[in-house]
Design a protein around this ligand. Structure first.
Ligand SMILES: Nc1ncnc2c1ncn2[C@@H]1O[C@H](COP(=O)(O)OP(=O)(O)OP(=O)(O)O)[C@@H](O)[C@H]1O
Ligand SMILES: [Mg+2]
Length: 324
């Protein structure tokens, strides 16, 4: 098995502003395999841009581990950071002005990025990349003469100029209308399919999950849920797409319950857990428990009790099976 292209383990980023600390990332775990196209969604302030700044080596984590294409980002020297940003990753930002130089044509923007990367061979490559992203017809125009969607597709070509292993995009469709958004997301799909570039796209757009195999949700600085999309063909040859939602469990067993579950069942502070042969049940702590650990408050079952319960249940099942 090849190493995943992006690995984050227990990533923490704390910003200290005056006397206040903001924990933007609170032990985030993420693995993205080589060649995957993944969307990262989450509410404003959940830590998406903080994560992308770290993955693009613009910022360093307070604690934890981040590895991209086999490079440990926590130990890069200043020089290595520059090389990393030039050779390993490509970026697309939300503001088109940050991606493109206004006084150069689309094609010149891509050529310049290649020259900065030190690659002067194959002068036709810039045009090829613009073809791949569907904007070759407007290669001679400057950014101001392009629509927002076209500018972002040129920006993707610029990000790909030096054949990076990983493409990172922070809200690349944030300033676009629905139609242009669909075009840009489809372009990421094309790039991922044709070049095999691993891509992580941050977005607010719920429609993104239709364009990617995996959507990772981040909540309060941790990955919370994932939606996996798979396509299968039925007996009559019709294609069906199934999306399944999963909760992310970290190495030591922590997970976040979806907030709507918490509200619906009034789950807070303490919950009761029950281990069953094939699943774990979660119940609200009994009434009064939320008042704190009062003497009379019911205790959650001990691990031993849970194990015994599970063994008991498993034995029952085995017995049932042999009785037949
Ligand atoms: N340089 C900084 N200094 C202080 N606090 C910061 C800094 N950058 C981010 N934060 C804080 O960290 C948290 C996460 O911010 P981040 O920008 O990563 O969120 P986001 O998910 O990208 O949000 P949005 O969807 O609005 O772009 C927020 O509470 C934010 O205020
Ligand atoms: Mg952001």
């Amino acid at each position: 098995m090849t190493e995943p292209d992006i690995v984050c383990e227990g990533l923490v980023r704390i910003f200290a502003v005056a006397d206040i600390e903001v924990q933007a990332l609170q032990g985030l775990d993420l693995r993205i395999d080589r060649g995957e196209l993944v969307a990262l969604v989450g509410a404003s302030g959940s830590g998406k841009s903080t994560l992308l700044s770290i993955l693009s080596a613009l910022d360093a984590p307070t604690a934890g581990k981040a590895t991209v294409a086999g490079r440990d980002l926590t130990t890069l020297s200043a020089r290595q950071r520059v090389d990393y940003r030039r050779e390993v990753v490509g970026f697309v930002w939300q503001q088109t002005a940050r991606n493109l130089l206004p006084y150069l044509s689309a094609e010149e923007n891509v050529q310049l990025a290649r020259a900065i990367g030190g690659d002067r061979s194959n002068p036709a490559r810039a045009k090829e990349l613009l073809e791949l992203t569907g904007v070759a017809a407007v290669a001679a125009r400057r950014p101001a003469e392009l629509s927002g969607g076209q500018q972002q597709r040129v920006a993707i070509a610029v990000a790909l100029a030096n054949d990076p292993r990983v493409l990172l995009a922070d809200e690349p469709t944030g300033d676009l209308d629905e139609h242009a958004t669909a075009d840009v997301l489809a372009t990421f799909e094309t790039v991922n399919r044709e070049l095999g570039t691993t891509a992580l796209i941050v977005t607010h757009d719920a429609a993104v999950s239709e364009h990617v195999q995996r959507t990772v949700q981040i909540r309060d600085g941790r990955t919370s849920t994932e939606v996996l999309r798979s396509t299968h063909t039925d007996d009559e040859g019709r294609e069906h797409t199934v999306a399944q939602e999963f909760v992310v469990l970290d190495k030591v067993g922590r997970m976040q319950l979806p907030s709507e579950y918490l509200t619906r069942l009034s789950l807070r502070e303490r919950v009761r857990l029950e281990l069953n042969p094939d699943h774990v049940g979660v119940w609200p702590g009994d009434a009064g428990a939320s008042a704190g650990a009062g003497a009379g408050a019911p205790q959650p079952p001990t691990r031993r009790a849970l194990r015994e319960q599970a063994e008991h249940a498993a034995q029952g099942e085995q017995k049932g099976a042999t009785d037949e």
